[in-house]
Design a protein around this ligand. Structure first.
Ligand SMILES: Cc1cc2nc3c(=O)[nH]c(=O)nc-3n(C[C@H](O)[C@H](O)[C@H](O)COP(=O)(O)OP(=O)(O)OC[C@H]3O[C@@H](n4cnc5c(N)ncnc54)[C@H](O)[C@@H]3O)c2cc1C
Length: 598
């Protein structure tokens, strides 16, 4: 698996068998003046208009939320993913990711914004007819009306296609009669337009656009939620609702295309949001640790606290590196598809589909990073972490939803492996030849070459071996279990985690290398430290996952051979993680914030 020539951008899933050029990695310095102007406008709106009302929003003041969304509409902020012909001012994917990240400061409000501009409006843009787009999008972009997305039902959550809501065509063919119940619908308390999924004739899963004011549409009470309490979440009931036939969204029986494609984009956007949330918690944690004194000194001087701060930052930084990498790849693919004559919808949906594996991994790793960061944030605050007077209690509760929606983390883990194997079977990615080469190498004597002498060369060699470890273990597992693998969910979870470790480790290296190119090697000392700690611990986690997979099915000589291969490919010199973490923590403590936003 030696790489001769580095590709600028890898295809989806290809990171497991190939290497990318660090020059192409996204860093914040790559943002153009125009992108920064848009971002600054969004920041000003959030800082001046939204944040002063943060506490009131969390009390579920729906009128306030609507007014603030309206204001966003007036400023054009609801239209950054929508073309001019519908009132928007379309920005590229990277800018929209940066906007999503900044919105996370607004807690529940970011959900109202995200559900409206994302799962609520995008299905209409991507799957609507021209008439539907002209009818609905301008007022939604302007913030005069609001949108929601109704997929989940009491009996169908993860198994979304088992929805029972039904739609029956009237005898004159002019409308469908919609009957059913949706649950957990964000923005249901005030949305005017609903994208609803129902079964036509019991088995044709189809999307519809439904309006709030139509007869037969009613709502449950606001859910009493654990967190994100300022976001409206209700059940929506449909009783003999007459939906005009022209309000079918997309093709009849192809509702799954809408539901799943929109989720790919939602997942990577969720990653941008949760990483913004992580950074905010780290800022609070640093400030508190510097202020709070025990035993006569600031608690930030204690090694145990430094460890927590550094680990919060390291996980956030490595996950963000992967998120930036995937955003750039999606942006690149979207532009390529547009240039090849594809429509706007085909381009972004096609790009997100190409990187659906990365989107699923990022959803999982991002949401679990935020939960870790929030949990340690509570701990750094001690008793105050448990108090509503301080920001951590709310952050802890809010963070938890991210592992549940946009596909639970279990579903996303399984999906990531499933999608990889399907890509391999379709011939879109060649896993077989590198896996066979590794199987040959596994039983031969290790070659003691010079190794990579470049920046973070040792770490890159570790990542190359991590890929070999994955290919060795996954390859033999697939060969042996074949179709049975689908039933072995524990193995799928382990394989998915191995993929994530590889993606994050390599992305951290690419980010550091790109920063070295752009800002010089003097700039990157702490980034090297973060990368080294992350990779050090990641290899250990990878080894455990790999051993769990091997021991789950292999026996005798095969098991022994696999265990030896795992040992060989996860071998590494342990670094002094204590000192490296202290270095990272000290830099942040001196700066008074998370200072690795580059
Ligand atoms: C605050 C909030 C806002 C939401 N907003 C919206 C919205 O706007 N629109 C919308 O349509 N939905 C929304 N949802 C619904 C959300 O998407 C679902 O809750 C989620 O998909 C999980 O479905 P479920 O709750 O039915 O859990 P279940 O599917 O019942 O899952 C329960 C557990 O079983 C696991 N599980 C399920 N199936 C499998 C399997 N095959 N293999 C292994 N494990 C499995 C899950 O991972 C989970 O751990 C929202 C939910 C919440 C809580």
């Amino acid at each position: 698996m030696e790489t001769k020539e580095l590709k600028q951008v890898l295809n989806g899933g290809e990171f497991l068998v190939n290497e990318a050029d660090p020059q192409y990695m996204f860093i914040m310095d790559d943002m153009t003046e125009e992108q920064n102007m848009v971002l600054n406008m969004v920041r000003e709106y959030i800082d001046k208009e939204v944040l002063p009302h943060a506490a009131q929003i969390e009390k579920l003041d729906i009128e306030l939320t609507k007014n603030l969304l309206r204001k966003a509409g007036e400023l054009g902020i609801l239209g950054t993913s929508f073309p001019e012909e519908y009132g928007g001012f379309m920005q590229d994917f990277e800018t929209n990711m940066a906007i999503t990240e900044y919105f996370s400061k607004t807690r529940s409000f970011s959900l109202s914004y995200g559900a409206h501009t994302g799962i609520g409006m995008l299905p209409i843009l991507y799957f609507g007819t021209e008439e539907q787009k002209q009818k609905y999008l301008p007022s939604l972009v302007a913030g005069e009306k609001f949108a929601a997305y109704c997929l989940t039902e009491p009996g169908s959550g993860s198994d979304a296609l088992a929805a029972k809501t039904k739609a029956i065509l009237s005898e004159d063919g002019k409308h469908y009669v919609l009957d059913g119940q949706k649950m957990w619908i964000t923005n249901a308390g005030f949305a005017d337009v609903f994208v609803v999924f129902a079964q036509i004739d019991g088995d044709k899963f189809t999307g519809f656009i439904v309006e709030r004011t139509w007869d037969g549409v009613s709502f449950g009470a606001e859910e009493a939620k654990m967190g994100i309490k300022g976001s409206s979440t209700r059940q929506v009931f449909f009783e003999n609702v007459k939906v005009p036939a022209e309000n079918v969204l997309g093709e009849i029986g192809k509702g799954h295309k809408i539901a799943f494609n929109i989720l790919n984009i939602g997942r990577i956007k969720l990653a941008a949001g949760v990483l913004g949330g992580s950074k905010l918690i780290i800022d609070h944690s640093i400030q508190y640790a510097n202020e709070r004194k025990q035993f006569g000194v600031a608690i930030s001087s204690f090694g145990a606290i430094k460890h927590k701060l550094a680990e919060q930052a390291i996980r956030t930084w490595a996950t963000e590196a992967a998120m930036h990498r995937a955003s750039r790849a999606i942006d690149h693919e979207e532009k390529r598809l547009k240039d090849s004559g594809k429509t706007l919808a085909e381009s972004l949906l096609g790009a997100a589909e190409e990187y659906a594996i990365e989107c699923a991994l990022l959803k999982v790793m991002g949401s679990e990073c935020l939960d870790f960061v929030a949990d340690e944030g509570v701990q750094i605050y001690g008793g105050m972490g448990y108090s509503e007077e301080a920001p951590m209690a709310g952050a802890y509760r809010d963070s938890r939803i991210n592992r549940i929606f946009e596909g639970t983390n279990e579903i996303n883990r399984m999906l990531s492996v499933d999608m990889l194997l399907k890509k391999a079977m379709r011939g879109q990615i060649d896993l077989m030849s590198p896996a066979m080469a590794i199987q040959k190498e596994m039983t031969s004597m290790p070659a003691f070459g010079a190794g990579d002498t470049g920046l973070l060369g040792t770490e890159m060699d570790y990542v190359r071996n991590m890929k070999k470890c994955f290919l060795a273990v996954a390859g033999l597992t697939v060969q042996n279990l074949m179709m049975e693998l689908q039933k072995e969910q524990e193995i799928l979870m382990n394989l998915s985690d191995m993929m994530s470790e590889i993606y994050l480790c390599e992305s951290a290296i690419l980010r550091t290398k790109k920063l070295a190119i752009v800002k010089g090697e003097g700039f990157i000392g702490d980034r090297i430290a973060m990368t080294q700690v992350f990779i050090n611990d990641s290899i250990e986690r990878m080894a455990v996952s790999a051993k769990n997979v091997a021991a789950a099915w292999a026996e005798g000589d095969t098991l022994r051979m696999l265990m030896l291969a795992i040992k060989r490919y996860t071998k590494h010199e342990f670094v002094n993680t204590k000192n490296l973490r202290r270095q990272v923590a000290d830099t942040m403590l001196a700066a008074g914030c998370f200072c690795f936003n580059d």
